[in-house]
Write a new protein. Sequence first.
Length: 143
Amino acid sequence: MLRRTILVSIAAAFAAGSYAFAQVPKTASPAGAKVYFISPKNGATIKGPVKVVMGLSGMGVAPAGTDAPETGHHHILVDNDKPNLDAPLPVDDKHRHFGKGQTEATLDLPAGKHTLQLLLGDKNHIPHNPPVMSEKITITVAK
């Protein structure tokens, strides 16, 4: 009965939007860490699919879940203006995860203009402090 009461209370808190989780401390990033696109270049027009090559300096790439200092894994933000930098990144079309430690990817994007931005995540998919984020680039996918 106690277990059922706890579960009902948790469900009610979620439904009301009044839940709170223990704040997970953000992983520190070293000074000078930088993530960047090797390709495509800003302003490029590309016939899809889009091959992306991701670069990182001042840190190492490690799969999600790996607890190693000064490491992280890539995420590509697609047509995304304001990622939440204080929580794990969601998994959807605007937040592409590369949690196996990939440094290259192929994106299937519809024809048209798109913005891409790299954001490094820690072992829990949470951006570092300070965030290791690239400049946003714009590409055009040709029909």
